[in-house]
Design a protein around this ligand. Sequence first.
Ligand code: BES
Ligand code: ZN
Length: 644
Amino acid sequence: MTAPIRALLTALALCALAACTPRDAATESQREVAPILLSADARDAHSFARPAEARVTHVSLDLAADFEAERMVGSATLDLEVADDATEVVLDTRDLDIREVSNAGGEALQWALGEADGAHGAPLTVQLDGAEQIKIEYASSPDAVALQWLSPEQTAGGEKPFLFSQGQAILNRSWIPTQDSPGIRQTWDARIVAPEGIQVVMSADLANRDGERVDGPEGQAMRAFEFEMIHPVAPYLIAIAAGDLAFREIGPRTGVWAEPATLAAAAREFTDLERMVAAAELLYGPYRWGRYDVLVLPPAFPYGGMENPRLTFLTPTVIAGDGSLVSLLAHELAHSWSGNLVTNATWNDTWLNEGFTTYIENRIMEQVYGPEQAAMLAELSWADLQAGIEAAGGPSSAATQLHVELDDIDPDDWPSGVAYEKGEVFLRTLEHAVGRERFDAWLRGYFDRYAFQPQTSARLLTDLNEHLFADDPALAERIGLERWIFQPGLPSNAFHWTSPRFAAVDRIAAAFVERGDAAAIPWDDWTTQERLRFLAALPRELPAPRLAALDRALALSESGNGEVRFAWLMLAIPNRYDPAKPSAEAFLTSMGRRKFVAPLFEALIAQGEWGAAFARELYAEARPGYHSVTTTTVDETVGYRPSG
Ligand code: BES
Ligand code: ZN
């Protein structure tokens, strides 16, 4: 029997038992089972799964969000594709409380949890005894690394608690027992029960916006929300948020979810969202996920953005008030092609997600805001790349390769800046070598050829040779594709897109260093990108009077633009500029975005007596508000040890 037919029959059998609506059976038959790569270069060192024996094809979650206990409680029912001679399935888990595993008939199956191995968690091995569907009853731990349970005080509204998840890279196993490997794509659905007054959203189609009234334990008023993702996705892309959330439309298929207090500002900030989707489609073909909505999270969200399908998760720090940081939106939208449609098979090829996305982000920005803006963004990114290579140990460090061998390195603790900007520059270099028209046609075809599939560096290389360089292999040779992908450093043929407006900014920065005349800085006429360039162009060592003059003229310590505030503090702290301390304190206790939090604590610690004690005290105060992604990184920096 073929897998889809088997799945359909199982669905019909289950429907007979559970009296489902015909809609369920119909969508079940629409689900596709995505292929997986099983070549040696696609072995995933960060998952215990052995998909060649038994692999998960569909996940069905039935969970209640228990805000008091800070646990997700319920079950995950997994559809499996089992090889003829296989007897067991291995799943990824982390800190899960497994209560029972049974087959479709409700009979108990034998299972065992292996030893826990740090960030990898523990393998859950289930004896199948012929089963091709298993149900795992479980609860997540209050310490689940993917989840953050916020008290009402940690939200904008201050009245209701909030829950959100962050799955990438290997965190989802802390609330979903499945094969947590990006190469093992799974369709999924979910029924989530939450207390009355809490709106649940997920990275999938929400069938009932208002939920359905159900009784909780002790007759408590609850609501059940139903979700469905009919496309096979990498399991790190299953995401949830629940809290006091409201929705506002932006365009016909775009909109924003946020706490009521943030909704209007968010909708204003993201007015160009629909145009961005249209621009991306023009370049790379149809947007394949139906709606594209964004969700503004409470300030604890540890990333700038996370490309959860149909529902990008965003930090509130992207709301600058003037739309000046929306390249972040373009970035997460770009992942709808690079990352969500074509997905790195393992975390050794993160650059296939992030590098492609950083390139596409810039192309979307160029399409919507013009080449002058795009050039500035590209040049900021180029500077980030230089810094990233240094931070990774210099140009001969293996950490500066696009394809990396992470093996026993935790992919969530990996400074992957190089994957973003070196990846971007590689694609930009290819674009310039073959011409934009040919390159765009290739990239669009690439997304069609590998849609809903995992991807590896090796397969990309083959594809480039077969599709982009078929009639000019000598050109591929000259560019040095393999060197770009598998060797460290930045090849000398790297294409550097420069911005004439930045050249002007650089001259003004030099004049300020010389004369200290802050009134001569045309700050108000500048875009945020020029302001960021200005701050980056200043020498890292500046005397206090120069810093004070800047701060007085430009109010940098109070800047409400997160990127500007961060760039300023990263200049002021190493110069031990005292007024930076209250500014850093206010900033670091107001949001938990790792990209800002981690370097600032590092900079403070590096200042010994001036900054280290201050940093430790501040961290103890701020840490309870941070997500595990941020604390895992910063704990090490500040030498934090939990007391008691
Ligand atoms: N997918 C990433 C976030 C991520 C990467 C999470 C690796 C876990 C592991 C997301 O698309 C991203 O890159 N976010 C950036 C924004 C961006 C504009 C560079 C961020 O959070 O700063
Ligand atoms: Zn990204």
